[in-house]
Design a protein around this ligand. Structure first.
Ligand SMILES: NC(=O)c1ccc[n+]([C@@H]2O[C@H](COP(=O)([O-])OP(=O)(O)OC[C@H]3O[C@@H](n4cnc5c(N)ncnc54)[C@H](OP(=O)(O)O)[C@@H]3O)[C@@H](O)[C@H]2O)c1
Length: 259
């Protein structure tokens, strides 16, 4: 007679072996280059609402007010965009300062996978992304492993993508293989946008220009970071759509591949 426990035990062993195989593959495979990623069909689009002077928040770092001056149909558009992508990505400081939900408010059942990029894993315990029931993954580096407790206790996932520096190519590979992510909405802020623009990972831009000026030397802008020091390095984009939304402009750009 067959022991009924054998089936269960073999399924557990297969699951462990499957996880081990995945880990080996992830560690052994050379990280995909930005150009490989594009050939595989992964698309990253940077979405933003910014002031006429290119700022994405006030000097106090608050950005919630931007949504308050948008029309209902523009807010609907932003949430519809969330419903069309597989994942939405923000930086750790946006979570700390803006405490976003990043869900699709038009249809919560069509919300994208939320991905937070954080070197420190220093995420407030009260953040919506930790307390609500929607899936959220936190991409980080091995060095921050000891800070993973808050996130794991909240039942969310930590993805390790490099030991000292975050390897975005590996992150994209994991998102695609483990979560079937093929399209990403990059929602800032300026530091994360720089990380991705400077490494050639931004394929398209959708920029909504609101009729306000924020000013301020230290106000977050669309892309911050170190900045490019030479024109040879500057990425170029081609404008493929321009929509007049009555006192607001929606600009859509595509990256021009480097020769
Ligand atoms: N208007 C809009 O559309 C919009 C959208 C989003 C945000 N915002 C505003 O933008 C401001 C925040 O922007 P920000 O530039 O200060 O911060 P941010 O880009 O949101 O987050 C920066 C953080 O992301 C992580 N990060 C970024 N690049 C990384 C890399 N290469 N490797 C590892 N981790 C990396 C680090 O997280 P840790 O610090 O956790 O290590 C870093 O400190 C806020 O005021 C927010 O309200 C506006």
């Amino acid at each position: 007679m067959t022991n009924p426990h054998i089936g269960v035990i073999s399924r557990v062993i297969l699951k462990i072996l499957g996880g081990y195989t995945y880990l080996c593959r992830a560690l052994a495979a050379p990280p995909a280059k930005a150009s490989d990623r594009k050939e595989q069909g992964m698309k990253t689009t940077m979405y933003t609402q910014m002031s006429i002077d290119g700022k994405i928040a006030l000097v106090s770092k608050a950005s919630g007010g931007l949504f308050s001056i948008m029309r209902p149909e523009q807010l609907r558009y932003v949430h519809d965009c969330r419903g069309r992508v597989d994942a939405i990505m923000v930086g750790g400081r946006t979570v700390e300062l803006a405490n976003p939900t990043l869900t699709n408010h038009n249809d919560l059942s069509k919300s994208p996978l939320r991905v937070v990029v954080t070197a420190s894993l220093d995420i407030p315990e009260s953040a919506h992304l930790l307390t609500d029931g929607f899936p959220c993954v936190f991409a980080t580096i091995g060095k921050s492993r000891e800070n993973a407790g808050v996130i794991e206790r909240a039942g969310k996932t930590v993805l390790y993508c490099g030991e000292d520096a975050l390897d975005f190519a590996l992150l994209f590979q994991i998102l695609e293989e483990r979560y079937a992510v093929r399209s990403i909405m990059l929602e800032g802020g300026g530091s994360l946008n720089w990380s991705l623009v400077s490494q050639g990972f931004v394929d398209e831009l959708e920029i909504m220009i609101l009729p306000v000026i924020f000013g301020g030397r230290d106000t977050p802008s669309l892309v911050d970071g170190e900045g490019f020091s030479s024109m040879d390095l500057v990425p170029m984009f081609s404008l493929y759509a321009l929509e007049d939304q009555g006192n607001m402009l929606l600009l859509k750009y595509r990256a021009i591949p480097k020769q």
